[in-house]
Design a protein around this ligand. Sequence first.
Ligand SMILES: Cc1ncc(COP(=O)(O)O)c(C=O)c1O
Length: 378
Amino acid sequence: MKQTNYSRHFLDKSDYNFLLSAAKSSNITQGKYVETFEKNLKTFCGANYCLTTNSASTALYLCVKSILIKEKNINKFCYISPNTYAATANCIILNNLKVNFIDIDETLNMSPEKLEEALKKRGKIRGKTIVIVTHFAGNPCDLKKFKKLSLKYNLIIIEDAAHALGSEYEGQKIGGGKYSDFIVTSFHPVKTITTAEGGAIFLKDKKTYEILNCLRSNGILKKKFFNKKYYDQIYSSLNFRLSDLHAAIGISQLKRIKKFVSYRNQISNKYKKEINNKNIFYQNITKNSLSSFHLFIIRIKNINFKNKFLFMKKVAKSGINFHNLYIPIFYFKLYRNKKYNCPNAEKFYKDSICLPIFYKIKNSTIKKIIKKLNEFKN
Ligand SMILES: Cc1ncc(COP(=O)(O)O)c(C=O)c1O
């Protein structure tokens, strides 16, 4: 039986045609498709600068690396929410910094109040501190609150918007850059739009853009020497570029982003309207914002973890895979040597299920899911 998972890509003829035209062009990498994709992304989000990369994971890594190049004094401890993907933490540890976890609130994003508590408790320190906030499931973090904290406590804010391309906060697209230093998004097939693999960084600062551009290509700086092309290596790095073949799919997909986001919102409204199991409740969507609904999450009151897995297993037999996203990062072996106080993230992991939501999901599948949930007794 064909299984339905939580998300999947949607490519059509227009995407295939764009891909083919890129494949037939003279440069299949480092050509005009990447340039156009970056220009279109920048316009869509209202950002000053945009750089594409070969994934959001590498984009996050490059952001942290660029901070360490630009800033003299960076605090060794960075803060993230445990309710995120491993990449949010990896970009910190791969840059030889340390991860600290801040608990989530009902939005399922990092709680700004809990972050302030931790910063107060830590006391005065010299230098800047990196905080990465994840817009979990596409629900924007309350960025104004984080901006305030960044001014008060000298923070550098990176938005992990891997889930949130197409989301909006206070009337602005995520990526616009009004409230943070970097915004990173992903084009993995399960995301709002896809390039197969790929990511992008949005930012305001020209100097940082130039550092990132150089880091993306092995730390090499192109120059002219007596009117001849010449290059120098100024940082240690690797190749993190997106190819023109991938960018071509992205250009085509970006044209339909509004349709994708609106469809996901319609599905989420349908779930909320037609699920009438009193034990089920939902993620609080941040005020004055629009979620891309990369994920649709339900939570079940007083659920026992084992019963939840038995229910998920039973539903899988009918061809529908419910998922458990995410395992709190500090449950992983790499972090188990220390205790972290994030009861909300732990509770969320135990009581939540991620339902299928994607463009053109079958109506009959949605009906089947709703029926299973309405019949479920814990
Ligand atoms: C929150 C978050 N950040 C970063 C990433 C990494 O994205 P990519 O697969 O493009 O490297 C993901 C991927 O799922 C994610 O969910």
